[in-house]
Design a protein around this ligand. Structure first.
Ligand code: AMP
Length: 472
């Protein structure tokens, strides 16, 4: 499918798409739209940035346009579940943009704002409701909403939902849906627990995938800078000030506290920056996002969860101030750049204690990320002193440090208890991987001598452009 006209979408939708200046469907759209128009259930493996929102929103709008019935009071015909408030808001915006010439009643059901307006918007029934799981259940419990009229159910970012501990909420919600429905599930990765959820929720689903599972978006130039933990703030400021073609920078930290600290450091160095994380009110988050989108704030510092729903075009650089302890998060993070056909740059600051995270990431993306480094630590390829049997005593393949947790800082929400459990499960996996020694294989860039640090030169010269995943 080379054109949106080939799908047979309703004219008002095509008109909206041409106003949005969408000419060619993205690969996920080309695969998914015909299946959904044929009323198939679909599992999609696709990251944010691939155009997956339109991939499901367009056929759903087409269904609504072709079947004009008044929704029953306190029901919705289409339910989209997403893990975060921001992502929910962006999905709703997409439905409204593509459906602007249809008379579609749509609303948001997210936490952090009062329930009154949401209850009122449900009174007459809705065509499309985009919700986060907790608030949706609250609305059901207070008899503001019934799910008996749902015709299409979308579970977006399923892997992140599970990471955030929403699995029980999702099961409760799915149990309230009518058996006769169309179901779509999208996820950036497809670990076994997501596949199992899919088997329970979907009927004979068609599978679409735009990238091999958990591999890295190919347009992104990636680079690691090895640096002492204490030197990271200065390195970050240097990078932002000396990098070329910096439009918008998204900086990731593992914790909310860390995000605030990074912002203070950047401000001290004369760089305007704002933080976005779960401690900020909904209004604050929206204001900061708007300033970032409008270019008033060039640097946004975010935690994984807060950043999950950020859909801002033109992010030129993603900088990982901390490496994520869950390797899939790396893929999510760097996917924030290189959106909608643009090139992007992802730089990760890696301190010695984060080397095991780096190994996990390189294993997942099946490539070695080119590196430069400061020299006060072993090069990544150099073996850290090992205990017998390949571990160094703490089971994590790295020196034990007080207060360090592999799941550090991910408890941004109350609902994350399960998420933490999941992290522990991952830790167990990690231990066993360490146990069989596979983590000790030196990465492909081992043996390169130290090179000057990035702050003294345009980093792009050190990047490898990744066209295909190279088997290690
Ligand atoms: P998503 O993966 O749904 O978050 O979409 C990523 C970005 O791509 C959004 O800013 C969309 O507006 C944009 N986009 C989606 N589909 C297309 C398309 N076919 N042509 C151009 N831009 C698109």
């Amino acid at each position: 499918m080379n054109s949106f006209n080939d799908f047979g979408l309703a004219e008002p939708i095509l008109r909206a798409l041409s106003e949005e200046k969408y000419v060619t469907p993205t690969p996920i759209q080309a695969q998914t739209i015909p299946l959904l128009l044929a009323k198939r259930d679909v599992i999609g493996i696709a990251q944010t940035g691939t155009g997956k929102t339109a991939a499901f929103a367009l056929p759903i709008l087409n269904h609504l346009a072709a079947n004009r019935v008044r929704p029953q009071p306190k029901t919705c015909r289409v339910l989209v579940l997403s893990p975060t408030r921001e992502l929910s808001g962006q999905i709703l915006d997409s439905f409204r943009a593509y459906g602007r010439h249809l008379r579609i009643h749509s609303a948001l059901a997210i936490g952090g704002v009062s329930m009154g307006a949401q209850v009122r918007s449900l009174l007459n029934g809705l065509d499309v409701l985009v919700a986060t799981p907790g608030r949706l259940l609250d609305l059901i419990q207070s008899n503001a909403l019934r799910l008996s009229g749902v015709e299409v159910f979308v579970l977006d970012e399923a892997d992140r939902m599970l990471d955030m501990g929403f699995i029980r909420d999702i099961r409760k919600i799915v149990a309230k849906l009518p058996a006769q429905r169309q179901t779509l599930m999208f996820s950036a990765t497809m670990p076994e627990d997501i596949a199992e959820l899919g088997r329970q929720m979907l009927k004979d689903p068609a599978k679409v995938s735009v990238a091999p599972q958990a591999t890295t978006v190919e347009r992104i130039a990636q680079r690691i800078v090895h640096v002492d933990r204490g030197s990271k703030p200065k390195m970050l400021s240097d990078l932002i000030q000396q990098e070329q073609n910096v439009d918008r920078v998204l900086v990731f930290t593992r914790t909310k506290h860390g995000a605030d600290k990074v912002v203070r450091g950047l401000n001290k160095d004369g760089i305007s920056a704002e933080a976005i994380h779960g401690n900020k009110s909904q209004n604050q988050r929206e204001r900061v996002l708007k300033d970032f989108r409008d270019g008033r704030v060039k640097t946004l510092v975010a935690t994984d969860i807060a950043a999950r729903g950020i859909d801002v075009d033109g992010i030129s650089h993603v900088i990982n101030f901390d490496l994520p302890n869950i390797p899939e998060s790396y893929v999510h993070r760097i996917g924030r750049t290189a959106r909608a056909g643009a090139d992007g740059i992802a730089i990760s600051l890696c301190s010695h204690d984060e080397l095991p995270f780096l190994r996990d990431i390189e294993k997942l993306i099946r490539m070695a990320i080119p590196a430069t480094g400061t020299a006060s630590q072993p090069r990544p390829g150099a073996r850290a002193p090992q205990q017998p049997n390949g571990r160094n005593g703490n089971g994590h393949g790295r020196p034990a440090k007080q207060g360090q947790r592999r799941d550090g800082g991910r408890n941004e929400r109350g609902g994350q208890r399960n998420g933490q459990k999941r992290n522990h499960e991952r830790n167990d996996q990690h231990q066993s991987r360490n146990g069989n020694g596979r983590h000790q294989a030196p990465p492909a860039h081992a043996g390169q001598g130290p090179r000057p640090i990035a702050s003294t030169q345009p980093v792009s010269s050190d990047f490898a452009k990744v066209s295909f995943m190279q088997p290690r």
